[in-house]
Design a protein around this ligand. Structure first.
Ligand SMILES: [Zn+2]
Length: 241
């Protein structure tokens, strides 16, 4: 996907062997244009399957992907990076949740405004590889998170990538603006202490944990601090009052 060698096949009648290299982006454009001409709302995703992303393909897809992440950190890091490179009107797929930490870390996709997805076999026991089985226990977890995803639809929000630095701000934080409200996602193995809620307007906001529905009180912008304890993740909604 990411490159081709110069082509020396005389049957192709290339003016130069490098023509093959130079025309590669046009190959992806042809796929994109053809797909959309047949189905205007077709989803086109190029997945480099864990290898490097290519600028060749980026203009010709409407969903990028975490692409075989090895951890939840990669899901979030790739989300932030691809949104920076491609803009966030392009959807970002956090890839199958089965590849995240614990195999069920939907929070790492939802919190960065990604699209959730799973990869399972059903009914239980029908596959040669039973580790993909959608067991009743798993079904409960997936039901919970897919409900949260659909209720908030943060994949349609505006990812504000410059508010937090993924390298230096602790805990790791991501922010999304949607309909005048702000959505924060914090990640750390364990956290106890202050959180900074950036990007607010100078007004009051009602704070809710949008994973649990717990009402947390009121904060005031433009920058609010909130003291919290959490493990793995904390998902907050700040709703303008
Ligand atoms: Zn050729």
């Amino acid at each position: 996907m990411n490159g081709v060698p110069p082509c020396y096949n005389p049957a192709h009648h290339h003016a130069l062997p490098e023509e093959a290299v130079e025309a590669l982006p046009q190959f992806f454009k042809a796929i994109f244009d053809t797909a959309l001409s047949i189905k205007p709302d077709a989803l086109v995703e190029f997945c480099p399957c864990g290898t490097a992303y290519s600028f060749f393909t980026m203009p010709f897809m409407n969903m990028s992907v975490a692409s075989d992440p090895k951890s939840s950190w990669q899901v979030r890091l790739k989300g932030k990076t691809l949104k920076a490179l491609m803009g966030d009107s392009v959807a970002y797929f956090g890839d199958h949740v089965d590849m995240s930490d614990g195999g069920d870390d939907f929070a790492s996709t939802i919190g960065v405004g990604g699209v959730v997805g799973t990869n399972f076999t059903w009914p239980v026991g029908s596959a040669r590889r039973p580790r993909r089985d959608l067991t009743p226990e798993k079904e409960k977890i997936w039901d919970k998170w897919i409900r949260i995803y659909k209720a908030e639809m943060l994949s349609r929000g505006e990812y504000l990538g410059t508010l937090y630095d993924i390298g230096f701000d602790r805990p790791e934080a991501h922010a999304i603006r949607k309909n005048g409200n702000m959505y924060y996602a914090f990640y750390a193995p364990q956290w106890s202490g202050k959180l900074e809620l950036r990007g607010l307007e100078k007004r009051a906001y009602r704070l809710t944990n949008y994973e649990t529905g717990e009402a947390l009180g009121t904060v005031r912008g433009p920058v609010a601090t909130w003291t919290a304890q959490f493990e793995k993740h904390l998902l907050l909604e700040a709703k303008a009052e």
